[in-house]
Design a protein around this ligand. Structure first.
Ligand SMILES: Nc1ncnc2c1ncn2[C@@H]1O[C@H](COP(=O)(O)OP(=O)(O)OP(=O)(O)O)[C@@H](O)[C@H]1O
Length: 265
């Protein structure tokens, strides 16, 4: 007998006009006393739908903390974060797990693919776990856009690093999330493979209407975004639209080695 797979609809997306994600007075304090660190200091931020945002800043400026708190992977000390119209602190653990599963896509520096599964099985794994049937037409679009069709039956060890990361990007997008958070997605790749991953992320935004937020150290990677937010000492200190690698690099030079902001001009 064929097992019947029960399918659940995705959590409904937020109404039009609501940003893909936003945060208000985001504050995260680690430790106490002598070891107290304010990793996020009352940050207000908004990620509009259909926009590709890069987050840059010196080491320790709070980039990963911002992304983790926005994505519901870490809790805030105070402030509020929303994915669409869902406020994260109002959700219990099950609600948060469902939200991350159904409404958020993740891409990490280490590709995090399961070695025993094929590329296609890795791509559909989150939906299989959720008991959700993939939207075939969308899945086809994602697979074609990422250029993986000839590799779908391959296991991760049979793929290059760039191909593995493109599988991870396709997995993040397959469930049609409201926002994709990418943490140094090209950190383990050479510049050519990194370029193919970044081109895909950009086309997922421009041609497929997705929303991507990416933490990166690389001005060349940041230049693929529509907008760059600069963090220093747990605060957003600058924003650049239509960035170029040269302009981003110049802006980054204005941070001193301790990560503080140096006034320019
Ligand atoms: N679990 C933790 N416990 C204590 N302090 C932490 C913890 N996680 C981060 N921090 C501190 O919070 C600050 C911000 O860290 P975060 O990792 O967000 O910075 P980042 O900009 O992503 O750095 P990098 O570019 O080096 O990855 C740093 O001072 C860091 O040492």
């Amino acid at each position: 007998m064929t097992p019947v797979q029960q399918t659940y609809p995705a959590v409904p997306a937020a109404p039009a006009g609501v940003p893909a994600a936003r945060g208000r007075a985001l504050t995260k304090v680690y430790g106490r006393g002598d070891t107290r660190v304010t990793a996020l200091d009352a940050v207000d931020v908004e990620f509009r739908r259909g926009e590709f945002t890069a987050i840059m800043g010196p080491s320790g400026s709070g980039k990963s903390t911002l992304m983790h708190c926005m994505a519901g992977l870490d809790s805030l000390t105070s402030g509020q974060a929303w994915i669409g119209d869902a406020e994260l602190s109002a959700l219990d653990d099950t609600g948060l797990t469902r939200l991350r599963r159904d409404r958020v896509g993740f891409v990490f520096q280490a590709f995090n693919l399961l070695p025993t599964l094929t590329a296609l099985e890795n791509i559909t794994l989150p939906m299989d776990i959720a008991g959700r049937a993939p939207d075939r037409a969308w899945l086809d679009e994602v697979v074609d856009a990422v250029g993986l069709r000839p590799r779908l039956g391959h296991r991760p060890t049979e793929l290059s690093g760039g191909q593995q990361q493109r599988v991870a990007c396709a997995r993040a997008l397959a469930g049609r999330p409201e926002v994709v958070f990418a943490d140094e997605p090209t950190g383990n790749l050479d510049s050519r493979s990194g370029g193919s991953v970044l081109s895909f992320l950009r086309s997922s935004v421009r041609e497929m209407g997705q929303t991507v937020v990416m933490v990166t150290h690389d001005p060349v990677a940041a230049a693929y975004a529509d907008r760059v937010l600069f963090l220093a000492d747990g605060r957003i200190v600058d924003e650049m639209t239509s960035p170029t690698a040269e302009r981003v690099l110049d802006r980054m030079k204005a941070f001193d080695s301790a990560g503080r902001v140096v006034e320019v001009g």
